[in-house]
Design a protein. Sequence first.
Length: 216
Amino acid sequence: MTGEATTDTERSRIPRRRDVAPTSQVRVLVAVGTDKHPFDRLVDWLARWHAETAAMVELTLQHGHTRAPAVPGAVPFLGHAALQEAMSDADLVVCHGGPATILEARRHGHLPVVVPRDPACGEHVDDHQQRFARRLGVAGVVALCETRAALYDALDAGLKDPSRYAVAADPEADRAQRAAVARVGAIVEDLVARAARRPPRWRSWARRRRAAGEPR
């Protein structure tokens, strides 16, 4: 500790500690990111859940390239400043398995409820979000939900007690953890980029046969 007063500029960079949710409505932010693949599964799950809980929830649903759901608070994209404000105001954050979104949620004092994109459903190019989110789930960095039932259980628990999904919004104390998550995210993204540039195995096999003078 230096004992120096925190300046207004420095203070503005530090997310506020999570407040207790108001008694009227719980503010829920859902963010699917900017990936070009639709995430109908998560958006549909949230729309159905909201139909049963609308009186208790103030919802902001950033749906990206997914078709717009018929719920209040649906918006395709949020700019950086708008997303920071939404995360700061939210009581609960639900998001996809993107490293940047997860880190921002934790920076704002949330234990994010994470539903990773599933390539089998056409939600991403591969399973790196699932592998990444599972590792963070085991470490307790996120609340991992890979089924509708698990998501609804987490959301219902959050409505009853939002503090269950709150963490200390202290950039200094969380710096090492955030750096580790960022490194894993960078590694995953690099592997995905390399895989996208790599030719299919059958092409590599054909090239080796041609180089060896073998007939096709």
